[in-house]
Design a protein around this ligand. Structure first.
Ligand SMILES: Nc1ncnc2c1ncn2[C@@H]1O[C@H](COP(=O)(O)OP(=O)(O)OP(=O)(O)O)[C@@H](O)[C@H]1O
Ligand SMILES: [Zn+2]
Length: 924
């Protein structure tokens, strides 16, 4: 059996497969804590599809049934996806269930087939047949889900149960009763035919003295039959069971979406050196595995050999191939498209990004939002109140000797049917579930319904600059020796050695710069190292005490005053090197805004959200980013310490309301936590940020921020509509019954119909909002993919590349042909620098910019390179790299007003530095 060739769709021989997927118990039992193995005594999770879970009423039942099973620690019921997650001790469970395999071979082989496509941890499957049996005995229709597979029984195309079919057919036949009166008995038969599964569940919940929809419906049907309304009784049972079936289908679609997110990691990997095939969970950190074209990358790691393009959409939601060559990072679950790569593992399978993502999504879906908690509390009282009401409607008129008792009984039955708050209870979780799923698909991991709802309330968005608005890829503009204490080579050696210990984006640029001057860093010679937040770093090398950082660090470590900036240095970040109290070097570096950052901020503005920049970098660097954004930020705060950022976030919350903070999680973890919603940037960003922030952007596409806010708003609207619909439907059914006449089947339709409606309406959240086609996405994708390819191909000359991708610029966007129009906008910008450092500088500048802007200008200006955000149509004045005026008439020099179209030559100054910039978006 060759595991290397993994035919995902075909099911190889069942026995061989079982051998592979279900290792002998001895092996899984003796795992130790070492290496890639699971630790002894760790809990495992098994996922069950439980169709009988309809609303929160069944949650307690499921828990009661499963908790007593030995080895089961925790039972979690996810109502919207009808999933039960059983956490159990594999050792205990396997002890009591050795050889105890799922009963029917057909079911078993069916899901063994699914296992071929699913990850490793599935040996647990056979250890919980007890759970499945217990649930099925209570009529809950449970089955084990192949984790990561394409959905257990829930997978689409499931037919209605024979009970539903029989009930429907009999009911239909009974409609011929006017022609042949005895046929009316068929309606009663229809009720009986559909009843068994309902009866099973009703009994299960009656035994624990709970009142659920099954009991209510049975009572209503029995009542109707007792009153002689056989047709009504049949209709109640049939409508109820049929609606349940439809709802299951709908839920199946939603949860299938979840499963496709839990991507398809192969169970085995091939070690590159030996060709040996090992289970993915046994792969150690540092092992090199080979990944052929078309295969799924099985582990997180770095490419050490080969070259390929990888589809990362399962993680980032961005559907374009990303070129990879050493030493690029790759992630488990992404697809190697067209080349061979060897990957050195950097994390165990269970710690891979996709595994963490799975855990987060799962936890998010289990968490209850405040709306949901409120509704659940109301629902708890609703049912008993309505049942008591129904009882009094039946009994009081009887005691008073009313005439038309049949009418009163029917009214009581209508109330009884309306007593299940099913739709209301489902209104929030299903919508939240779908929205979270949608968010994950577009590469935004949101940790729960509460955060989703808060996202919809956001009024201010604060952005960190370095690594969030900008790429965090600095280029060194200048590097000087100051004084004659050291030589250049010595200085570069110190700086690069100490910087190799820092994770700040500037560090990488400085190390690279030294290497380009043939100086190799020697981090091992750095005896002491620490980071001074907001200032820079300190290191001891060969007995020297060296500080590297901004002007604050200079003030701290020397008696020098900050030298005047040269003209060349305006708009850059300036750094100083201080050795034993003497200023020995200075450098300047700059960084560019990310593609789409400007559009993201414009989009937020169009949604009525104010954008603010919070940066630890210098004022000039902040201004430069602002220029590149076309003046989109409404406030700039610079030279901030991490604590200043926290304080500012607090101020924004007070002044403007719900505040969103987007950061790369390096120096703004505290600010992210302080915001109402903190979004950490990127796959590349620290993994810790992913776990501590409220939400994570899996790609570096800032445009996902407005998308996430829009999704939050949509989710809130959907939930509100769901709640309104479910309340209105109940009210309408009762009003109709009181005002006109009690029609039982109408009440049933109002009940189960709204349930279905709520599910279907929530599922619209899974789709893209109307009017925002995929075109925009595709445009951006192609643009970026092309840009990256060009980068990899070493396109040294931007011109050729631009010509290739830009097509006919005058027509507008090359992919969607929308014209790129310059947009006039005027707004004031507040620039704020903390008082402590500079003289109180707080001024407002009126900036009018004409940008060929995404939203209004052409769908893909965000695509930058391809579509040319910088394109200016013929009627707009062309004044390349023009300067603009601030309100005082002072000229603010634009170093390169829009670089989207080309690359900046860092050695040249200002406008001359703009190579191929189809410029002037900043010009008036
Ligand atoms: N490793 C380093 N080497 C040189 N300078 C550094 C280093 N780390 C920090 N600095 C200096 O300290 C300043 C503040 O750093 P900090 O990390 O707080 O903010 P930032 O990353 O520049 O900006 P942002 O807050 O927008 O992410 C930097 O602008 C830089 O001048
Ligand atoms: Zn219900």
């Amino acid at each position: 059996m060759s595991c290397a060739e993994r035919p995902p769709a075909k099911a190889p021989e069942a026995a061989a497969l079982e051998e592979r997927l279900l290792p002998p118990p001895a092996r899984s039992g003796d795992v130790d804590g070492g290496g890639g193995r699971r630790k002894k005594g760790e809990w495992e999770k098994t996922y069950l599809d439980v169709l009988g879970v309809c609303c929160s009423a069944e949650v307690a039942l499921v828990e009661r049934l499963l908790s007593p099973i030995p080895g089961v620690r925790k039972v979690t019921v996810v109502v919207p996806s009808r999933t039960v997650i059983v956490e159990h001790d594999p050792a205990a469970a396997s002890h009591s269930h050795i050889g105890n395999k799922p009963n029917s071979l057909s079911v078993r082989s069916k899901f063994l087939q699914q296992l071929t496509r699913s990850p490793s941890h599935l040996c647990v499957v056979r250890r919980t047949p007890g759970a499945v049996k217990a649930l099925n005995r209570a009529g809950l229709e449970a089955s084990v889900r192949a984790y990561g597979g394409s959905g257990g029984v829930l997978a689409g195309g499931r037919w209605p149960s024979p009970y539903v079919v029989a009930s429907g057919a009999l009911l239909l036949a009974s409609f011929l009763a006017p022609l042949l009166p005895p046929l009316r008995w068929l309606a009663l038969a229809s009720a009986c035919a559909g009843a068994p599964p309902v009866l099973l569940r009703a009994t299960a919940s009656a035994t624990r003295l709970a009142l659920d929809i099954n009991i209510l419906m049975l009572l209503a049907a029995a009542g109707a039959a007792a009153l002689g309304d056989y047709a009504e009784a049949g209709a109640i049972v049939f409508l109820f069971t049929a609606a349940e079936w439809l709802e299951t289908l709908a839920c199946a679609r939603a949860s299938n979406g979840m499963l496709s997110l839990m991507s398809v990691i192969p169970p085995t990997v091939v070690l590159a050196e030996t060709g040996e095939v090992v289970a993915v969970r046994d792969v150690q950190v540092g092992a090199v595995v080979s990944v052929k074209a078309g295969e799924v990358v099985p582990v997180d790691g770095v490419v050490v050999d080969g070259r390929s393009e990888v589809d990362e959409s399962s993680l980032t939601g961005e559907s374009f191939p990303v070129p990879k060559q050493p030493p690029a990072e790759v992630w488990a679950g992404t697809i190697n498209l067209d080349g061979y790569i060897a990957v050195r593992t950097t994390a165990l399978a269970e710690n891979s990004t996709v595994a963490k993502m799975e855990r987060l999504v799962e936890a998010a879906q289990n968490s209850r939002s405040k709306t949901q908690r409120l509704i659940d509390t109301c629902a708890k009282y609703y049912t008993p109140v309505v049942v008591v009401l129904a009882a009094s409607v039946a009994l009081v008129p009887l005691l008073l000797g009313a005439q038309d008792m049949k009418r009163w009984y029917r009214l009581a039955l209508v109330l009884l049917v309306s007593a299940c708050p099913c739709a209301l209870v489902l209104s929030t979780p299903v919508a939240t579930f779908c929205a979270l799923l949608r968010a994950a698909r577009i590469g935004v991991l949101i940790k729960g319904g509460d955060i989703l709802e808060t996202l919809g309330e956001i009024r201010v968005a604060a952005f960190d600059k370095t690594g969030t608005i900008t790429k965090g890829e600095f280029s060194i503009d200048e590097f000087h020796v100051v004084g004659d204490k050291v030589e250049m080579s010595q200085l570069l050696y110190w700086v690069s050695s100490i910087e190799s210990k820092s994770s700040h984006p500037m560090a990488a640029a400085l190390v690279e710069y030294a290497q380009s001057k043939s100086i190799q860093p020697k981090p091992e010679n750095v005896t002491e190292f620490h980071v001074i937040p907001g200032e820079g770093i300190y290191g001891e090398i060969n007995g020297r005490h060296v500080y590297i950082g901004n002007k604050r660090i200079m003030a701290r470590s020397s008696s020098y005053t900050v030298p005047e900036m040269s003209d060349q240095q305006k708009g850059a970040s300036i750094g100083y090197v201080i050795c034993d109290g003497d200023l020995v070097g200075s450098f300047s570096l700059s960084d560019d805004c990310r593609t789409g950052a400007a559009d993201a901020i414009q989009e937020l503005r169009s949604m009525g959200i104010k954008s603010v920049m919070l940066t630890g970098d210098s004022r000039s660097a902040a201004m430069r980013a602002q220029e590149q954004l076309g003046g989109a930020m409404e406030e700039l705060h610079c030279e901030l310490l991490p604590a200043d950022k926290v304080a500012l976030v607090g101020d924004l919350k007070l002044a403007s309301g719900a505040t969103l903070m987007v950061g790369d999680g390096m120096n703004d973890a505290a600010a992210l936590a302080a915001a109402d919603v903190g979004i950490a940037m990127g796959l590349r960003g620290s993994a810790a940020a992913m776990e501590t922030s409220h939400a994570t952007l899996m790609s570096s596409d800032v445009l996902r921020v407005p998308a996430a806010v829009a999704l939050g708003r949509r989710a809130r609207r959907t939930i509100a509509a769901n709640v309104a619909a479910s309340v209105a439907a109940k009210a309408a059914a009762v009003v109709l019954a009181v005002a006109w006449r009690p029609v039982l089947w109408a009440a049933v339709i109002a009940d189960v119909g709204t349930c279905l409606l709520v599910v279907l309406h929530s599922m619209t959240l899974l789709r893209d909002p109307a009017g925002r086609g995929n075109k925009e996405e595709v445009c951006r994708a192609t643009a970026r993919s092309l840009a990256m390819r060009a980068q990899l191909a070493g396109a040294s000359d931007g011109a050729a590349f631009n010509a290739e991708v830009s097509g006919d610029r005058t027509k507008g966007c090359h992919c969607c042909q929308k014209p790129n129009r310059p947009v006039e906008q005027e707004h004031s910008v507040v620039i704020d620098i903390p008082l402590a450092l500079s003289s109180a500088e707080h001024r407002e500048i009126k900036i009018t910019t004409a940008t060929a802007k995404g939203g209004a200008g052409g769908c893909c200006s965000s695509a930058g390179k391809a579509c040319g955000a910088s394109t200016v149509t013929s009627d707009a004045p062309k004044k390349c790299c023009a300067s603009k005026e601030d309100s005082r008439g002072a000229r603010v020099k634009a170093p390169c007003c829009n670089k989207e179209g080309g690359e900046r030559d860092s050695r040249k100054e200002g406008a001359q530095g703009c190579r191929d910039a189809k410029c002037c978006s900043g010009g008036k």
